[in-house]
Design a protein around this ligand. Structure first.
Ligand code: ATP
Length: 354
C-alpha cells in the first residue's frame, strides 16, 4: 500500500511539453483516476509514476521516499496495460506464478500465493487451462492475477478495459472496483471515459493539454466544475452554457446577462465582465409560464427521463426532464432554474467564478 505525492511534475519531449507542472496527492488505498481527452498527458503522467518515463523536472514520492529518478524496478509498482500480454505457451497457473518464480520464491509459497489470487479473482477452475482458448474476460482476470500476485505497493492501469465491448466493459469495471475494495491497494487508472471515471474513482484528476484542470471527488467535479472545459467534459449531455443577452429569471435572484453584472448569493463579490452561465440539463425546469422561454426543437426518450433540446435567445439548451411530461416539438415553454444549481464562468478565461 502506498501514498503517492506528485509535485510540479513536468515532461517535455523535445520542444513539446506533454505534462506541465502537475501537483496532486494520491492517498493510501485510493482508486485514483487520470481523466482527459486523447493526448492530454494522462499516460505520460502514469508512466512517470511507474518509472517507465523520467520527468524533465518535479518530484514523485512513494510513501515519503523520493523516487523521481529511480528506475521502475526500484518502485515496486505493477502496470496493467490495455493489451494484456499473456505468455501464450504457458497455462493460466504458470502465467500468474511467473513474477514470483522469476523472483526466486520457493515452489510451495508460489502455489499458496497463486491459489489465494485465483480465489480472489474466481478463476480457480481454469488454472490448468491454456491461455489461448480463454474468453476475453478470463484473459483479463489472468492478467490481473499476474499483476496482483506480487503484492506491489500500487497498481498503474492504462485504459485496461479499452478493448472490451460496452456491456462487458461495465461488468469488468464493477469487478475491478470490487477487487480493489477487497485488496485496498492504491490504484492509479487512466481513462478518457468520463462515466468510467465517475463510477469507479475515489478521486479524479481532469487533464487537458498537459494541464490539470481540476482535482477532486467525482461529486466535486460534477457539481462544482472549476472550468468550462471540465463542465463540458463531464456529464452526458454536458452542462449547458448560456451567454449573451437577456435576463434569466431564476426565482429569487435575477441573473442579468445583458449588463454582464451578476450577483448571486454564493458569489463573494460582483463580477463585471463577460459571464457564461452553466446549468446542468437536470437542473433546467420546464414550466407553462415564466419570462425566459424556449422553443422545443427535439426530444429524446430515455425511459424514465427524456432529453429536450430547446432554442433560447441565449443559445441552444438541453433539459433532462421526467418522461411523463408532455413535450411537443414546436411548443414554446417557460424555463426556470434554481440559482444554487448554476455555475458562473468568466467567459474570457473559462474559469468558474466562486
Ligand atoms: P491517449 O489516451 O491518446 O494515450 P494521453 O492523454 O494518455 O492520450 P499521452 O500518451 O500522455 O496522452 O501523450 C501526451 C502527448 O505527448 C501526446 O501529444 C503525445 O503525442 C506526446 N508524446 C507521448 N510520448 C511521446 C514520446 N515518447 N515522444 C514524443 N511525444 C510523445
Amino acid at each position: 500500500m502506498a501514498e503517492i505525492i506528485i509535485k510540479n511534475l513536468r515532461k517535455e519531449f523535445g520542444d513539446f511539453t506533454a505534462v506541465q507542472s502537475s501537483s496532486f496527492k494520491i492517498e493510501d488505498g485510493e482508486f485514483f483516476m487520470l481523466l482527459g481527452p486523447s493526448g492530454c498527458g494522462k499516460t505520460t503522467t502514469l508512466r512517470m509514476i511507474a518509472g517507465l518515463e523520467l520527468p524533465t523536472s518535479g518530484e514523485i514520492y512513494i510513501d515519503g521516499e523520493e523516487v523521481s529518478q529511480k528506475p521502475a524496478s526500484q518502485r515496486d509498482i505493477a502496470m496493467v496495460f490495455q493489451m494484456f500480454a499473456l505468455y501464450p505457451h504457458m497455462n493460466v497457473r504458470k502465467n500468474i506464478s511467473y513474477p514470483l518464480v522469476s523472483q526466486g520464491m520457493p515452489g510451495a509459497q508460489v502455489k499458496e500465493k497463486v491459489a489465494e489470487v485465483a480465489k480472489i479473482l474466481g478463476i480457480e477452475d481454469i488454472l490448468n487451462r491454456s491461455v489461448g482458448g480463454l474468453s476475453g474476460g478470463d484473459r483479463q482476470r489472468v492478467a490481473l492475477g499476474r499483476a496482483i500476485v506480487r503484492d506491489p505497493k500500487a497498481f498503474m492501469m492504462d485504459e485496461p478495459l479499452g478493448a472490451l465491448d460496452a456491456e462487458f466493459r461495465e461488468h469488468m469495471a464493477e469487478e475491478l472496483r470490487a477487487l480493489h475494495d477487497r485488496m485496498g491497494a492504491t490504484t492509479v487508472y487512466v481513462t478518457h471515459d468520463q462515466l468510467e471515471a465517475m463510477q469507479m474513482g475515489d478521486k479524479i484528476v481532469v487533464m487537458n493539454h498537459g494541464v490539470i484542470e481540476q482535482f477532486g471527488t467525482p461529486q466535486d467535479i460534477y457539481d462544482k466544475p472549476a472550468t468550462m472545459f471540465v463542465a463540458n467534459f463531464i456529464g452526458s449531455p454536458p452542462m449547458n452554457f448560456l451567454k449573451g443577452h437577456g435576463t434569466l429569471d431564476v426565482g429569487a435572484t435575477a441573473v442579468n446577462l445583458r449588463h454582464h453584472s451578476i450577483l448571486i448569493p454564493e458569489m463573494r463579490e460582483p463580477f463585471d465582465g463577460d459571464i457564461t452561465v452553466g446549468v446542468r440539463p437536470e437542473h433546467v425546469r420546464l414550466s407553462d409560464e415564466g419570462s425566459y422561454r424556449g422553443e422545443i426543437l427535439a426530444t429524446e426518450y430515455l425511459g424514465t427521463t427524456q432529453i429536450v433540446t430547446l432554442a433560447t435567445d441565449a443559445g441552444e439548451l438541453k433539459a433532462r426532464i421526467g418522461s411523463e411530461r408532455r413535450a411537443n416539438v414546436g411548443d414554446t415553454v417557460g424555463l426556470a432554474f434554481n440559482a444554487s444549481t448554476l455555475t458562473l464562468f468568466n467567459s474570457q478565461t473559462g474559469n468558474a467564478l466562486r
